[in-house]
Design a protein around this ligand. Structure first.
Ligand SMILES: [Zn+2]
Ligand SMILES: [Zn+2]
Ligand SMILES: [Zn+2]
Length: 763
């Protein structure tokens, strides 16, 4: 007889791992026990040596579908003559790692049950098990037990209670376990909250309303969605008007993968991501032409891509099967507000937006938005991190000091992160902080994250920007503050998720961030090492006439860039050659801003340089959402090759300690000439992206640091990322980029947490 102790770390709690071990031990006639611990699961098994080997092998090889094993250690211990195998009750989890898992999409077994007329869960929209269903969106406190979830109001019926108690069942300790006899029920409400139908009739009523072109607000897993028939132009247009969202593409939910493939190119990797337990919205390339059932152009105006997702709860599965066509499925809010989660509140917030409300009585503990991903360079990259991913922790390369640290993020695409015990957990995507609703949601998320993990933060990390609502919130806390420069945070986030320590050249390109020198940064090259950061280079600065207004008006960035290149000749150039379409009055105001330098701050922003080129190329003069001009410039790139390479010079500073400058003025001259000669926009855009990738590689050669981290919103751009990685690799460098932490400002709180933890560790 032998005995072994097996320590399994990772996401192995709440996924049926203990019953998995119990079943294996039974098959192999092993004694011992299994228990949840702070880091994961601890098992002791006793029996014949071959049986123990087989147990350890099968533990990993046949693990439950949603378990994530990070490590598995086996150590011999003294035998005790134990013949029975027991599941011990949970010890209280005190690390971030094992405690709370993300919400996971409906598993194949549960799907089969809800479609089987003989099953007691036939058509039951809240079916779940230990392999799938809500977790983060229902847990109210730790440890994760039913009485501390939003399911506590529902007493399990005898059949559900028996499943819950039986280790041989898939629903052993499935905290949100429910059935039609005991669980939450659906209801269909009119705009005044009057009940029109209940249970399956509510679902059928919603389906009919959608077929009729009406807008339905659906209470899903982590909040409300607004749904409308994606094939109905008038209906989609009405949703745009009511939601206040002019042009930004809507996400779409398709009935199944076959329906997605009818409209989009889907690689095997993209298909796997769509159908994964995380089930994010995946950005896919549209097929040319219009197939039957195609979403109308208003769903994603001008876009060669569609944001597609598959049903991920039983409610979505049942509704989409009933419909059989794609629907727009966008967050239930007015533009840029946080997502609504409560059905009584939603009647007010979505009054005049939704015609009908498909609701249920399972409360949502916190908003969890759909995640958005794309497959690039052979793997997924999250552009928005929420459902399926939050709050799965990330291990920090530098463990930091004792005591938790709360990082409050940036201003756009905000998130909050909590660092403790060498790990960081991050909230779901929260949204922008311009409106009071956004600021309230952000503060609530910060309080929630600390409370949920029972961590009293010893310090806060925030942006350097004094006017961000997140910074002000951190200041009001009265805790010691670590202020992290915006682009340092971007690079630190990329380093953290790639496990990098030591010297790294960070390329942080985005729209804007507060620079310690009083200018607006955004095209930065930063050398990071431990808790030290140095700006080693940046894009040549130019003036933005009207400052922040230029974000909404890319043509202002174009005028500013032309002025930097040509001086006052820019005003003739802007009037003559390009389609910037300023009125004489506007031109007078903007030119005087540029000449006098008033209301025209300097910026080194790469995002604004993209805006300038997009406006000059006639792609976009005035934007209706953040990043629109740069995104549409990226869309204009087809198969064409860049004819010539636009020059970007690296200029030595006058003071030896000052950063190098990447001078794009020669490139701008080439672009203006090419456009004047009638070179197609797509070719110009290709050459522009190529030139930037070339410049990044050339700068890396000058700095001579092998590892290069690419971060900031500009690296959401597929071509910029792919070509930069390609050029860095051929130059002998090792590029790193994002995967599960978004490159945009959604990743800033992660970087702040990582950086502040390292800074505190170094004292
Ligand atoms: Zn399931
Ligand atoms: Zn039941
Ligand atoms: Zn940023």
């Amino acid at each position: 007889m032998q005995r072994a102790r097996v320590t399994v770390r990772g996401g192995v709690q709440g996924v049926g791992f203990r019953p998995h071990a119990w079943r294996l031990a039974g098959e192999l006639a092993l004694g011992g026990w299994v228990s949840n611990t702070a880091q994961g699961v601890l098992i002791e098994v006793e029996g014949r040596a071959e049986a123990i080997d087989a147990f350890v092998h099968a533990l990993e090889a046949r693990r439950p579908p949603s378990a994530r094993i990070e490590s598995l250690e086996v150590a011999p211990v003294a035998p005790r003559g134990e013949r029975e195998f027991a599941i011990r009750p949970s010890a209280r989890a005190d690390s971030l790692s094992a405690a709370i898992l993300p919400d996971l999409a409906t598993c194949p077994e549960c799907l089969r049950e809800i479609l089987d007329p003989r099953d007691r869960r036939y058509r039951y929209p809240f079916t779940n098990c230990t392999h799938c269903g809500p977790r983060y969106s229902v847990v109210e406190a730790l440890p994760y037990d039913r009485e501390r979830t939003t399911m506590r109001a529902f007493a399990m019926c005898p059949a559900c209670a028996a499943e819950y108690a039986d280790p041989a069942e898939r629903r052993f300790h499935a905290q949100p376990n429910a059935c039609p006899a005991c669980g939450p029920v659906l209801a269909l409400w009119d705009a005044d909250g009057r009940v029109l139908a209940e249970r399956h009739d509510a679902l059928l009523g919603s389906a009919q309303a959608l077929r009729d072109g009406r807008i339905v607000a659906l209470k899903g897993l982590g909040g409300f969605h607004l749904l409308v028939d994606a094939r109905n132009a008038q209906a989609v247009e009405r949703l745009r008007q009511r939601k206040g969202r002019a042009e930004k593409p809507f996400a779409l939910m398709f009935p199944d993968l076959v329906a997605v493939r009818a409209q989009c190119e889907v690689s095997s990797q993209e298909a796997a991501l769509l159908a994964s337990a995380q089930a994010p919205i995946v950005l896919l390339r549209r097929l040319p032409g219009t197939a039957p059932g195609a979403p109308v152009p208003q769903a994603a105006p001008g876009s060669p891509e569609l944001g597609a997702m598959l049903p991920y709860t039983p409610l979505h599965h049942l509704l989409m099967r009933e419909l059989g066509f794609a629907v727009v499925a966008t967050s239930g809010n007015r533009s840029e507000e946080p997502i609504a989660t409560d059905e009584r509140e939603v009647l007010e917030r979505l009054r005049g937006v939704a015609d009908l409300f498909l609701v249920h009585d399972r409360p949502i503990a916190r908003p969890v938005e759909d995640s958005v991903a794309r497959v690039v360079l052979g793997r997924e990259m999250l552009l928005r991190r929420g459902r399926g991913y939050a709050p799965y922790p990330l291990a920090l390369p530098s463990p930091g000091r004792d005591g938790a640290l709360l990082a409050v993020g940036a201003h756009m695409k905000s998130t909050v992160s909590l660092a403790a015990a060498g790990q960081v957990v991050t909230s779901s995507h929260l949204g922008d902080l311009d409106a009071p609703e956004g600021r309230d949601a952000h503060e609530a998320a910060a309080r929630d994250l600390a409370a949920l993990y029972e961590a009293a933060p010893a310090a806060m990390a925030c942006d350097l920007h004094p006017d961000y609502a997140s910074t002000r919130y951190a200041e009001r806390s009265g805790l010691p503050l670590v202020r992290v420069q915006h682009h340092v945070a971007h690079v630190a986030a990329c380093m953290a998720e790639n496990g990098l320590t030591g010297e790294v050249l960070g390329v942080a390109w985005d729209g804007s961030g507060y620079g310690p020198d009083g200018t607006v940064w955004g095209g930065e090259f930063l050398l990071l090492d431990g808790a030290r950061a140095r700006r080693v280079a940046h894009l040549r600065t130019f003036r933005l006439p009207g400052g922040e207004r230029a974000v909404r008006e890319p043509r202002r960035a174009a005028l500013g860039a032309l002025y930097e290149a040509l001086g006052e000749d820019a005003f003739d150039e802007a009037g003559a050659a390009s389609g910037l379409n300023f009125s004489p009055g506007e031109m007078r105001v903007l030119s005087s801003m540029l000449v006098s330098g008033t209301h025209a701050p300097f910026t080194s922003s790469a995002g604004r340089l993209f805006d300038a080129v997009a406006a000059l190329a006639g792609v976009r003069q005035v934007a209706s959402y953040e990043g629109q001009a740069a995104i549409e410039l990226e869309w204009s790139i087809g198969e064409e090759h860049a004819a010539d390479l636009y020059p970007i010079d690296i200029v030595e500073p006058e003071a030896a300690s000052a950063p190098l400058v990447l001078d794009w003025v020669p490139m701008l001259g080439s672009i203006v000439r090419a456009l004047r000669q009638g070179v197609p926009c797509g070719s110009v855009a290709t050459a522009f992206h190529r030139a930037l990738a070339e410049a990044i590689a050339a700068l890396a050669v000058r700095i001579r640091v092998r590892r290069v981290a690419l971060s900031g919103g500009c690296f959401q751009n597929r071509h910029l990322l792919e070509w930069s990685v390609e050029r860095l690799r051929t130059g002998g460098f090792e590029p790193f980029w994002h995967r599960l932490v978004p490159p945009n400002d959604g990743g800033v709180s992660v970087g702040q947490a990582a950086w502040a933890a390292a800074a505190r560790a170094e004292g």
